[in-house]
Write a protein that binds this ligand. Structure first.
Ligand SMILES: Cc1cc2nc3c(=O)[nH]c(=O)nc-3n(C[C@H](O)[C@H](O)[C@H](O)COP(=O)(O)O)c2cc1C
Length: 150
């Protein structure tokens, strides 16, 4: 069976909550859910599937801890690993909605990881998002600020 590790960057706890919910859904143990503020990029070596998520801050900026984590991760060879991306944002920030999902995707592009779990952008409400690549969202974008019920 493939071993799944969840790596999240969260400033006020929303992405942490989503990471824990994903862990419940996928039956991932708490010890395999990592706050990237405390994890070394080399920790990904233990896993076949990496579920990587972060929120968006500032004017479309990647959450700080995830930015630092990716500085290390993006220089590793991730050939053979599958990567699924998620992120939390606020679609009232309509020009930068969940940009972090796109930044994670672009920064890991040269690692040879295989990206899984793209999403259709139907039903989303934004003008622009870096997560939208040719009409597909490259991960799961979640807005718990305005659409917690979804
Ligand atoms: C100052 C500030 C800037 C933000 N900028 C963006 C943004 O550019 N795009 C976006 O989608 N969300 C933005 N957000 C919304 C956060 O990403 C959202 O609240 C998220 O749930 C926070 O997750 P976290 O607690 O895991 O860090 C911003 C929020 C604040 C307070």
């Amino acid at each position: 069976m493939k071993k799944i590790g969840i790596f999240y960057g969260s400033t006020t706890g929303t992405t942490l909550e989503v990471a824990q919910e994903i862990a419940r859904q996928l039956d991932v143990k708490a010890e395999d859910v990592h706050d990237v503020a405390l994890a070394a990029p080399s920790a990904v070596a233990d896993y076949d599937v990496l579920v990587i998520g972060a929120s968006t801050w500032g004017a479309g900026d990647l959450q700080d801890d995830m930015a630092t984590f990716l500085d290390g991760l993006q220089s590793l060879d991730l050939e053979g690993k599958e990567v699924a991306i998620f992120g939390c944002g606020d679609d009232s920030m309509s020009d930068t909605f969940c940009n972090s999902v796109g930044e994670i995707y672009h920064r890991l592009h040269d690692t040879k990881a295989m990206f899984i779990a793209p999403f259709n952008n139907d039903g989303y409400n934004y003008q622009h998002s870096d997560s939208d690549v040719h009409g597909m969202i490259v991960g799961l974008c979640i807005d718990n600020v305005n659409h917690a019920d979804e």
